[in-house]
Each structure stands twice: as C-alpha cells, then as structure tokens.
Design a protein around this ligand. Structure first.
Ligand code: MG
Length: 401
C-alpha cells in the first residue's frame, strides 16, 4: 500500500478527490503540481505541507513563493515541465498520481517510471500518445501502472479474478454523454453549456467535452489496449447510461464479470493507492433497489453521430504516431470549442483532417519521444491553421481546464 504520493494535477477534479482520499487514509503528500489555479494550490500546500509545489508559469511561481514564505519546513516552489519532473522524481514518494490534463503528463510519467515509482494513472493521454514509449519501460525499471480511470479500474478489478490469458473480450461501458440519441444533424446546433452538462459525472472541461463527443471513450479504448495488452478489435464500447456497471470482461469460458457501484471516482483513486488491499471506503453504499440502479440498459454507440469514436479505433489500428496526432488535434480542437471559437461537430472534422494529412506525410510506425512531440506540435499547428487562428490561448496550448 502507498505511504506517500506525488500528485501531478492537484487542483483538477481527480486531484482534489485524491487529496481527500489521502487525508482520510493518512497518506503523505510529498509534492503538488498544478496549472494556474494559484489560490487553490496555495491552500492545498498549507494544508498538506508538501516539500515541493510547481505551477505552470514562472510569474505564478514567484508569487506563490512569496505567499508560502512563512511555511516551515520551507516549501520549494518551481514552475513548468522542469517543476513537474522534479516533483515526479522526488525520492520520498512511492506513488505518483498522474492527474494532469493532456499529453503534458507524459514526460513526468516517463521520468517517474525511470525512478521505479508506481504510477496511479488518471491521465489517459499519456498512454494514448506514448503507450509505445511507456509500456516497455515498466519492466525495465520495475515500475507499474495502476489505473484510476473508472472503467480501467473496473477491468483491472475483474481481471484480478481471472487466470492469465483467459480474457476474451473487454466490454468498455460509456454513459453516452449529454447528447446520447441525437443525430449528427442535431449535433450541429448544440451549445457549449449543453456539452458541459454531463449526465452522471462532474469533471473538468476537457474530459467533459471528450465525453460529449465520445472521444473520451475512444481514448479509453486505446488506454485499455495498452494497459491490458488487448487488441482494440477485442474491446467493445457499450453505452450504459446509468453508469452503474463501470466495465465488464468476458473470459474464454464465456463468463462475464462486471464491477458495479454508484459513480464515485474516490473508489478507483483509493484502490490505486491501497492495492492490493481493500480498505473501508466512504462512498454512497450501493443499493440495487435505488431508482438509478433499478434498470440497467445497454446500447450500441452511434458511430455516425459521434465519429471521433471510430477515428480512435482507426488511429489505434494504424498505430505509430497517429494516436498522438489524433490526441493533439483533439486537445486543441476541444480548447477552441471551450472558448466558443468553433462549433461542436467541427471538433471531429478537424481531428479527421489532421489525421488524414498526417497519414499523407509525417507518419512513423516507430518513434522516439522527440519524434512524437514534434508530430504533436505539428498537429496542434494544423488545427490552428485549418481554423484560421493564430493562437488558441495565451500560451498556445489549449485543452486545459
Ligand atoms: Mg473514464
């Protein structure tokens, strides 16, 4: 069981819930990193007394250093990716919780793996873009990844009860998001506020939009493929609007195992920190007679209305740098949608165009971290070019929340 953690992305939804779990379980917090939520990370630093905190910008770090100057023992304040990496490799921590948004989480995760840390992974873009870089390092550095994503935690829990090589198929559940049942035509007119109104989960902006487009499920298919060494052809997405079953596995003998409960991210967070132990949780107890749990339904996803799901399968099939390019294009397109600069259906159009262009030139089957980041930057630039934008946000890296 984890005794001390580093938390990358402490001010987001997963980050805040991770701190609640740590507080309840007496797990020490060695370092915190965040983007721009200065007030919140300052408050967190005072409450949890980490050795190190890091924020995105140098000017914010300077202000935070002043605000935390009276803390004893003193707290080191850093910024940028160097700060994230310094946090991820702190010797005192045994687990790094990766809860940052977007592919920016990949480099600190790679650094933590090289130090033999356990990774509690909530950042799915890390494996989508860099699975080919991450997975071979795990055995070499005696590291491991425990999933925090609720679906992957469910699959992991089910597979713990299955003998090796007995997996036949993964049934990855999806709530369907706020636009379940709408046609492609109807989706042309949806608003940002509607897209942000997820029916079962309260999350950050990026993942909420990804849930509305079903890209989140596409990213999760690729994430599951890496985590459980399962080809994407054997991963089926099942729309299950009640979000009671968090995913299922079908074994070779035909048995189907499911993990269930009311939606609550604190359970997968806690399990990733206490594995293999099962300690008391504080979530809402399951009640099969509750209205939400009383009727469980299952549907096929609509791949015409939500083309990003199919694009993710296509990207996984091509492999190489295509998933990274798809992910980067999606991060920028979602950022533009969150700023109301493009409409909802344009997100998928942009991602498809950038993927097509990448397959025409630039595609690599085998790649290094630097190759991948170069293609990532290219894809981000392409989305801005295609939409006639010069910069999507002040720092040119939209997609955060
Ligand atoms: Mg999920």
């Amino acid at each position: 069981m984890t005794k001390s953690i580093v938390l990358l992305g402490s001010t987001g939804s997963i980050g805040r819930q991770t701190l609640e779990v740590c507080e309840r379980m007496g797990i020490r917090v060695c370092a915190l990193t965040a983007g721009r939520s200065l007030d919140l990370i300052c408050e967190q630093a005072r409450r949890y007394h980490p050795q190190l905190v890091s924020v995105a910008r140098e000017s914010d770090a300077a202000e935070l250093r002043q605000r935390l100057a009276d803390c004893r023992p003193a707290i080191t304040v850093m910024h940028g990716q160097a700060g994230n990496i310094a946090a991820a490799t702190i010797p005192e921590a045994d687990t790094v919780v990766a809860a940052m948004v977007g592919v920016a989480g990949l480099e600190p995760v790679l650094a933590a793996i090289r130090c033999g840390r356990t990774i509690a992974l909530a950042n799915k873009e890390t494996l989508v873009a860099g699975g080919a870089l991450v997975m071979p390092l795990l055995s070499r550095y005696n590291s491991r990844i425990y999933p925090v994503d609720s679906e992957h935690s469910a699959i992991w829990q089910c597979l713990a009860a299955a003998p090796p090589k007995s997996l036949r198929r993964i049934l990855l559940t999806a709530s369907g998001g706020p636009f379940r049942g709408r046609s492609r035509q109807e989706l042309n007119h949806v608003t940002l506020a509607q897209a942000l109104n997820h029916p079962t989960w309260r999350m950050g902006g990026k993942i909420t939009i990804d849930s509305a487009t079903l890209m989140n499920k596409g990213l999760e298919v690729i994430e599951a493929s890496w985590l459980f060494d399962c080809p994407t052809e054997k991963i089926e997405v099942v729309v299950h609007p009640q979000s009671i079953i968090h995913s299922m596995v079908e074994l070779q003998d035909g048995s189907v195992l499911a993990q269930m409960g009311f939606p609550d991210m604190k359970l997968p967070i806690q399990l990733a920190l206490t594995w293999p132990r099962r300690l008391p949780g504080d979530g809402r107890p399951f009640n099969p007679f509750d209205r939400q749990a009383g009727t469980l339904t299952f549907e096929q996803p609509d791949r015409q209305a939500f083309p990003l799901l199919q694009l993710a399968y296509d990207a996984a099939k091509a492999g190489g740098t295509l998933p990274a390019v798809m992910n980067a294009a999606n991060e920028v397109a979602v950022g533009l949608f969150l700023q109301e600069r493009i409409t909802f259906t344009v997100i998928a159009d942009l991602v498809r165009q950038v993927m097509d262009r990448h397959m025409q030139s630039g595609f690599m089957t085998a790649f290094t971290f630097d190759d991948m980041m170069e293609q990532d930057r290219w894809a981000r630039g392409q989305v801005l070019h295609l939409t006639g934008q010069t910069s999507a946000s002040e720092d040119g890296r939209p997609g955060g929340c």
